[in-house]
Design a protein around this ligand. Structure first.
Ligand SMILES: Nc1ncnc2c1ncn2[C@@H]1O[C@H](COP(=O)(O)OP(=O)(O)OP(=O)(O)O)[C@@H](O)[C@H]1O
Ligand SMILES: [Mg+2]
Length: 202
């Protein structure tokens, strides 16, 4: 069973591509963002560890994580940011691994926005980067999230560069034009991954 790490900058089109693998070929999608959210729901291990480290200050009256408060704390304090990552990242990767092992498919797509930033490239067998220009990223995210250009730029500069991604990947999907050009690229990669999965199992 092959583990494909799907990554790319904010708004590059990771979720769009993951949806295509799912709808066209019924490939399992394991999404780090969804897992990260689930891990901090009330009663979950992640929330317990965050509460232990950061105190009651980051928990609302109803026991839910106060994301704004937490964001505020880590935004101004890099040590706290690192502490939070040290809590969450191992939990996220462990959960992804456990879900991956339960799949019955030639390959699975693990959508991991920060795969390169967290230096976890060896967690996957192969990397697939969704690529587009920074200008396109900004335009898409502005339209989707109504965030300011400044906010989006600051997120982009906290991520690895487009160049870094492209020189550390196995495969690339160009998502520069309309979404019509995506299905063909996904189909090609799907066939390639099926062949690799066969070679891998021999
Ligand atoms: N080729 C395209 N043409 C036009 N819009 C697109 C294209 N690809 C993606 N989009 C739109 O751009 C936005 C960002 O795409 P998507 O959510 O797939 O990116 P993402 O990489 O998953 O982002 P994030 O890093 O925030 O999770 C979405 O609103 C999506 O519908
Ligand atoms: Mg996404």
């Amino acid at each position: 069973m092959l583990k494909i790490g799907l990554t790319g900058g904010i708004g590059s089109g990771k979720s769009t591509i993951a949806d295509l693998f799912k709808t066209l070929f019924n490939i399992p999608i394991i999404d780090a963002d969804i897992i990260a959210r689930q891990l901090v729901e009330p009663g979950q291990k992640g929330l317990g560890l965050i509460q232990h480290k950061f105190g009651q200050l980051v928990i609302n009256q109803d026991g839910v994580l106060d994301r704004n408060k937490l964001r505020e704390i880590i935004f101004t304090d890099p040590v706290k940011k690192q502490q939070l990552e040290e809590i969450l990242h191992p939990l996220i990767y462990a959960e992804m691994q456990s879900i991956f092992e339960k799949q019955n498919s030639s390959y699975s797509i693990l959508c991991i926005p920060l795969l390169m930033e967290t230096k976890q490239c060896s967690f996957v067998d192969r990397i697939l980067v969704v690529d587009c220009s920074v200008e396109v990223q900004i335009a898409r995210v502005m339209q989707r999230d109504k965030q300011s250009k400044k906010q989006i730029k600051s997120i982009i500069s906290s991520q690895v560069s487009r160049q870094y991604r492209l020189t550390h990947t196995n495969d690339v999907i160009e998502n520069t034009k309309s979404t019509n050009q995506l299905a063909e690229q996904v189909k090609k990669l799907h066939n390639q991954y099926l062949n690799l999965a066969i070679l891998n199992s021999e």
